[in-house]
Design a protein around this ligand. Sequence first.
Ligand code: DX5
Length: 219
Amino acid sequence: MIAIEPSILSADYTHLEEQAREAETAAVEGIQVDVMDGQFVPNITFGPGIVRALRNVVNVTLDVHLMIVEPERYLKEFADSGADRLFVHQEACIHLHRVLQTIRELGIEAGVAINPATPLNVLEEVLELADIIQVMTVNPGFGGQEFIQSQLSKISHLRQILDERGYHTPIAVDGGIDTTTAPLVVKAGATVLVAGSSIYNEKGTVAQNVAALRASIKE
Ligand code: DX5
């Protein structure tokens, strides 16, 4: 079962409720909210208020991707706002083990994301604490960027490591996911596809774009 999760980074912010509802109606498995602080990544986006607003209008899984420094400062606030899963970046956490424990103690799922330059071995000691691992296939901060092909081997290597250790942890991919790259990442072992500009764009409706993405992975 492959999950498709639109990232609202590319949505029309003047019609956010409508855009979220369109995604839900298109039967996506979740929505990813890209939180950016202008420090960890060179862009600033949403806070807990947007998560709360979305929680009040859609029932799908709300994944909150914290592209912020010291994410431990805001875990409870985002959890209380209605996030179902919080993704922190390994690169932003001095005490990643404790951060993932804290997220779980808040009663929601703990995700860890790694940037393209980050090797898999940084996750060695936290595999048991990660409910999901997100491999960034672009350098985070903006939608519409080029997919980084070198991450395909990282995805398949991560799947191999998890399988060898007996972990069924899903692998999410995020960045440049479209009808061309989706089959490649699924073949490599990804089962959660985060997509922004390939779903929210002028070329088609959300429903049409989600359907095209699903068709490309021949589910
Ligand atoms: C990367 C964000 C992604 C982004 C993906 O900066 O974390 O979620 O919205 O956008 P696309 O799918 O357009 O690459």
